[in-house]
Design a protein around this ligand. Structure first.
Ligand SMILES: Cc1cc2nc3c(=O)[nH]c(=O)nc-3n(C[C@H](O)[C@H](O)[C@H](O)COP(=O)(O)OP(=O)(O)OC[C@H]3O[C@@H](n4cnc5c(N)ncnc54)[C@H](O)[C@@H]3O)c2cc1C
Length: 414
C-alpha cells in the first residue's frame, strides 16, 4: 500500500510516521524547501536565543504533544507570567477577570443552540454597562483566535475561553519536536521530497496520480494536510468541488508576529512577573517569563495584521517600539535599549496566507464530512480538522494526522 502525504507540517509528519509504522509506503511531498510548515524555529543574527516564527506555546495539558515531547526527551517549561493591560497611565494586572466577563462566560455556557459571538453579544449584552466587555471580547477573538466575531461560533470556543490551563514552551524550540518525529519515521518505506508543489490530482477508486510543479507520482491514496485556504490551488479530476467548498465554512485568520530584542529585559524590575501585555492599537507583547530574556514578542491578530500589512518591516518595528514606550508610559528609553528585530507575516499575501483556523457554526458539520475522506482514496488532515481540546494548535495538527492515518489503515484492512 502506497500513500502520498501532501504537506510536511505537524499533521503530515505525524500521519507519515503512523502510516510507516503500520506498514504503508509513504511519499511525503512539501512545496517549501523545508519541513515544519507553521512550525519554524529560527536562529537569527543578533538574537541571543532562537525565535519562533510560528507556533511557540503548548496551550495546556495537551496529551499528544506532551506525550511526544516526553518520548523525544525534549524539555518544556510552564509559562506562569501575569497578564497586564495598559490603562490610564498605569499597567494593570489582570484581563477578563471582572463581573461582566463572568456574566459572559455564564451566558456562553448556558447557550443551548450554537450562534455567533456577535449574536450572543447583541442578544444579551447590549446594555451600556457591557460596552467595555463587547470591545474586549472582540479584541480577544481578533487577538488570540484571529477570528471575526460576526462568524465565530460560541460552541467552538467556549470550552477554551472559560478554562485556561497553564501553557508551556518547548525549551529548545518546536522544530526540534518535528525533527525528532521525522527521524523516527526514516526507513526504506519513507521518502520526503521538498520543493514539490502539488497542483493536480487525478483519482479513481484506490488510485491517485499526483502532479507537482515538476513531476508526477502514483499511489493508492493521498492524504492532504494543507491549511484551508490552499485547497483552491489544486485541480482534482474528477472534480470534488462540493467537498472542497466545505473548507470555506472554516475561518482562517491572519497574524503578524514581531520579535524585538533589547539590551536587557528593562521591564523586569518594575514588572518582574510580566507575561503578557495588552497594549494599544491591536498590539500584544509577551516576555519569555519565567526565563530571563531580553526578547519581547509582538503580536497583531487578524484585522490588525491585515491593516498593518502595508507597513514595511522597519516601519512596523518602529510602530511597535512607539507602542511599547506608550504602554510603559515613557518610563523606559525603549528605543535606545532596542537592539534588533524581525517580522514574521502570516497574512493573506504571505507564503502561509494566514495564521490558523477558527470555528464558525457550520464548521463542525463540515469537519465531520471532511474527516471521512472520499472513497477511501482522498483523505484530509491538518490543524483545522480537529475540533477537540487544543483546536487550531500544533496538538490539533498532530491529532488530525494521527486520526487520518488510523482511518487510512482501517480502510486498507477492510
Ligand atoms: C504565528 C503563529 C503562531 C502560532 N502559535 C502557536 C502556538 O503558540 N501554539 C500552537 O500550538 N500553535 C500555534 N500556531 C498554530 C500551529 O502552528 C498550527 O496549528 C500547526 O503548526 C499547523 O500544522 P499543519 O500540519 O496542520 O499545517 P502546516 O504547518 O501549515 O503544514 C502544511 C504544509 O503544507 C504545505 N503545502 C501547502 N500547499 C502545498 C501544496 N500545494 N503542495 C505541497 N505542499 C503544500 C505547506 O508549505 C506546509 O508546510 C501558530 C501559528 C502561527 C502562524
Amino acid at each position: 500500500m502506497k500513500v502520498i502525504v501532501v504537506g510536511a507540517g505537524a499533521a503530515g509528519l505525524m500521519a507519515a510516521h503512523d502510516l510507516v509504522a503500520n506498514g504503508a509506503e509513504v511519499l511525503l511531498l512539501e512545496s517549501l524547501n523545508r519541513t515544519g510548515g507553521r512550525i519554524h524555529t529560527q536562529n537569527l543574527p543578533g538574537f541571543t536565543n532562537h525565535v519562533e516564527a510560528g507556533a511557540e506555546f503548548i496551550h495546556g495539558n495537551l496529551p499528544l504533544t506532551l506525550k511526544l515531547m516526553k518520548q523525544s526527551g525534549l524539555t518544556y517549561t510552564p509559562t506562569s507570567g501575569k497578564m497586564y493591560q495598559s490603562v490610564n497611565g498605569k499597567l494593570q494586572c489582570g484581563f477578563g477577570e471582572n463581573k461582566s466577563w463572568e456574566d459572559f462566560y455564564e451566558a456562553m455556557s448556558d447557550l443551548k443552540n450554537d450562534r455567533t459571538v456577535s449574536e450572543l453579544l447583541d442578544f444579551q449584552f447590549k446594555a451600556k454597562k457591557y460596552e467595555k466587555l463587547r470591545r474586549e471580547v472582540s479584541d480577544r477573538a481578533q487577538g488570540l483566535d484571529l477570528a471575526d466575531i460576526s462568524r465565530l461560533s460560541v460552541f467552538g470556543i467556549r470550552g477554551e475561553w472559560a478554562n485556561e490551563e497553564t501553557q508551556f514552551r518547548p525549551d529548545s524550540g518546536y522544530s526540534e519536536l518535528l525533527q525528532w518525529l521525522y527521524n523516527q519515521t526514516v526507513s526504506p518505506k519513507f521518502k520526503l521530497i521538498l520543493n514539490q508543489k502539488v497542483e493536480r490530482i487525478d483519482w479513481a477508486n484506490d488510485e491517485v496520480t499526483v502532479f507537482t510543479n515538476t513531476e508526477s507520482f502514483h499511489a493508492d491514496a493521498v492524504l492532504l494536510t494543507l491549511p484551508p485556504v490552499f485547497y483552491k490551488d489544486i485541480a482534482f479530476l474528477p472534480q470534488i468541488q462540493d467537498t472542497i467548498s466545505l473548507f470555506e465554512t472554516i475561518g482562517f485568520g491572519e497574524v503578524t508576529k514581531l520579535a524585538l530584542e533589547f539590551e536587557w529585559p528593562f521591564w523586569e524590575n518594575d514588572y518582574p512577573d510580566l507575561g503578557f501585555l495588552f497594549a494599544a492599537e491591536g498590539f500584544t507583547f509577551w516576555t519569555q517569563y519565567p526565563k530571563r530574556s531580553p526578547l519581547l514578542i509582538g503580536w497583531l491578530g487578524n484585522d490588525y495584521a491585515g491593516n498593518y500589512d502595508k507597513f514595511s518591516d522597519e516601519e512596523l518595528l518602529k510602530k511597535a517600539l512607539l507602542n511599547l514606550e506608550k504602554a510603559f508610559h515613557s518610563k523606559f528609553p525603549v528605543k535606545e535599549l532596542y537592539r534588533t528585530g524581525t517580522v514574521f507575516r502570516h497574512t493573506k499575501n504571505s507564503v502561509s496566507r494566514g495564521g490558523y483556523s477558527w470555528p464558525t457554526p457550520q464548521t463542525r458539520k463540515s469537519v465531520k464530512t471532511l474527516q471521512k475522506g472520499i472513497e477511501n482514496t482522498i483523505w484530509f488532515a491538518g490543524e483545522a480538522l480537529y475540533l477537540e481540546k487544543g483546536a487550531a494548535t500544533v496538538e490539533a495538527a498532530l491529532q488530525s494526522g494521527k486520526k487520518a492515518a488510523s482511518e487510512i489503515i482501517k480502510s486498507l484492512k477492510k
